[in-house]
Design a protein around this ligand. Sequence first.
Ligand code: NAI
Ligand code: MN
Ligand code: ZN
Length: 336
Amino acid sequence: MKSLVVERPGVLTLAERPLAEPGPGEVRIRVERAGICGSDVHIFHGRNPFARYPRVIGHEFFGRVDKAGEGAGLPVGTRVVVDPVISCGHCYPCSIGRPNVCTSLQVIGVHRDGGFSEFACVPAGNAYPVPDTVSDDQAALVEPFAVAANMTDHTGVRAADIALVYGAGPIGLMVVQVLKWVYGVSRLVVTDRIDARLEAARANGADQAINTANQPLAPILAAAGLSPTLVIDTACHPSILAEAIEIASPAARIGIMGFDAEPSLVSQQKVTSKELSIHSSRLNGRKFPKVIDWFASGRLQPERLITHRFAIADFAAAFDAFENRPAECCKVQFSF
Ligand code: NAI
Ligand code: MN
Ligand code: ZN
């Protein structure tokens, strides 16, 4: 089988590997669609501290069950999308329904081989059947939308919220779709530094999109009389949290999801005086059924986030577009 392997940091090759065999409780999937995520690029460049090499990357993938291992109860041919989060089931976070921060967390495509491959073996419990009302293209977008759902479940969303989303990259646009088209927030403001991405934010549900490359955000919000009650930071620069705390309404919720090691400088006084809630979100804790229901209901438009499609053989061009052309690029999908 052909697999896209990061042999070592900086070296990405389409390798011929022996066909993987499903172990007990596993299914083998013939992969049909897979999306590139920023973390794939980080593993490629050696910037993911969890990755071990060589590694088949890819954790946003869809396909059909091709072979079931012993005790794996999924019929051959079932259309499935894979939750990359593998958890132990009995540690403290697992025991309270937070498997995404399991103390022995394994992420498919990071800690073990992933979905940029003609075939991938995964635990059957990680393979979620997809109804026929959800297309192949959409199905491969369930994982990043589950990242958005994990965040919005942590912060909670009310229809009356005045929401502010930092960043209109793939994750930001998914959060925007969910806030507007699932929860119908009353006002949705998005910031970015790239005009084309702000245009995409408007097309995906934002009421207002502000380029903050050359102007500070606070006076613009103040002039519009907007005091955000929900702030979600998908831009993840360490400086953003302090600004979010500054501009948030009293009793607001703030969601963060960055992995920058650089400290964010915030004052407890500013947080406590407004009794702000700060939530972090990592990966997803069993949000696949929720997102599949959202997709099946037709409320979201995940496919409009796909800007580029490539055959896996053209992986170099795909990574080049994803890394170097953010103005025109959102989701890049491989087909097999
Ligand atoms: P991306 O890099 O494509 O998007 C970030 C966007 O923020 C870009 O459009 C950029 O122009 C914009 N931006 C940068 N600085 C800004 C600022 N100061 N104000 C407003 N906008 C600004 O990344 P993607 O794929 O959308 O992911 C977003 C972030 O979420 C990344 O930092 C990624 O590491 C993180 N992430 C976290 C996950 C989690 O589970 N916690 C899962 C997936 C991504
Ligand atoms: Mn991802
Ligand atoms: Zn666990």
